[in-house]
Design a protein around this ligand. Structure first.
Ligand SMILES: NC(=O)c1ccc[n+]([C@@H]2O[C@H](COP(=O)([O-])OP(=O)(O)OC[C@H]3O[C@@H](n4cnc5c(N)ncnc54)[C@H](OP(=O)(O)O)[C@@H]3O)[C@@H](O)[C@H]2O)c1
Length: 318
């Protein structure tokens, strides 16, 4: 069976790294992975994790999604420019009240998360159309379907990604191409710490007292709790994505976190859009104690299930 060529962006850390390694280690060796990153000096972690797959089913290449020439150079370097599965993963977060963020910071997020995908497709899509085969997989987010407090710009970038893909999907069908949006909830990667640390450094002098208090004492205060209770591992997202790329009829949208699904379902339950906004408001400002208790409860459940899983495994081994 001919190996499928997979090109992944943003593989220096987190989900991209886990994806590259998981797909390259496919037991049936169905894939040749080109794991790309914008700065090759950051490749040590991937090289280590890739192990024996390096030079066999995995190669590392340079690609900056904000630079058309870099994308072209990378695609031109592939045998016959062939990409069977494109996984657009590179991305960045941004939190804070908009009055405290510079236009430059906001544009960088849009340029990376949204135009990064557009640039990639401008290079790869025409070849896929010509071959009448290909799968475009985009690591979106639950924030691509639902906005979250103080994630205005990040959510906007992921909404842009989703609208773009939804429009493109109809055209893609005509060429026998698939598009899939992977929508994780919180994932424990460097993303979490980078965004939090930047958030903590935000200069709030341009914000009024209510807003800065909301950001510091409500949003940032609950940050760790949310990631600890709901956060998945990068390897979980990789496993979900592997399942999607091996399906005969992959879905257009795939949410990876069942704990989060009730929240996103609210969006579809009310065409006016008031229900999720109302519930989020009440959860954060009126029932914050219940909200925190639920997160603690979830955290305990997950800890127990992980513990019993490892005990079970221990028993099997013994
Ligand atoms: N973590 C979460 O909670 C979460 C949840 C839902 C969706 N996601 C999405 O998942 C994707 C991966 O995030 P992650 O959690 O794995 O975060 P991460 O560990 O911070 O990884 C982000 C990756 O994107 C790369 N990147 C940033 N700008 C780039 C550019 N211009 N060109 C090429 N690569 C670039 C980074 O490279 P450098 O090392 O050079 O910066 C890094 O390799 C993102 O699209 C993110 O929006 C994350």
């Amino acid at each position: 069976m001919e190996q499928k060529v997979v090109l992944i962006t943003g593989c220096s850390t987190g989900i991209g790294l886990a994806l590259a390694v998981r797909i390259a280690k496919d037991e049936k060796k169905r894939f040749m992975v080109y794991a790309t990153m914008r700065n090759l000096k950051k490749s040590t972690a991937l090289v280590e994790a890739a192990g024996r797959t390096l030079g066999r089913t995995l190669e590392i290449k340079e690609l900056d999604v904000c630079d058309e020439k870099s994308i072209k150079r990378c695609v031109e370097s592939l045998p016959e420019r062939r990409v069977d599965i494109l996984i657009s993963n590179a991305g960045m977060g941004l939190i804070g009240p908009i009055e405290c963020l510079s236009m430059e910071e906001m544009k960088t997020v849009m340029d990376t998360n949204f135009f990064g995908l557009v640039r990639l497709l401008k290079e790869v899509l025409p070849d896929m159309k010509r071959r009448k085969s290909g799968h475009i997989v985009v690591i979106s987010s639950v924030m691509g379907i639902q906005g979250i407090l103080f994630n205005d710009i990040y959510a906007a970038s992921k909404f842009a990604v989703e609208g773009f893909c939804e429009s493109l999907a109809v055209q893609a069908l005509r060429f026998n191409l698939n598009i899939s949006l992977i929508e994780p909830g919180p994932v424990l990667t460097e993303f979490e710490s980078k965004v939090y640390d930047e958030g903590m450094k935000t200069d709030l002098s341009n914000a009024d007292k209510i807003t800065s208090d909301m950001f510091t004492n409500v949003y940032l205060k609950n940050w760790n709790q949310i990631f600890e209770s709901l956060g998945q591992r990068a390897e979980d997202i990789a496993e979900h994505t592997l399942r999607i790329i091996t399906m005969e009829n992959p879905p257009f949208r795939h949410q990876t976190n069942t704990l989060y699904t009730p929240m996103t379902t609210l969006k579809y339950a009310d065409p006016n859009g008031d229900l999720p906004i109302d519930i989020f408001y009440k959860m954060v400002f009126e029932h914050d104690k219940v909200f925190n208790a639920s997160l603690n409860f979830l955290k305990m459940l997950r800890w127990r299930s992980r513990r019993s899983f490892s005990l079970e495994k221990g028993r099997v081994k013994a």
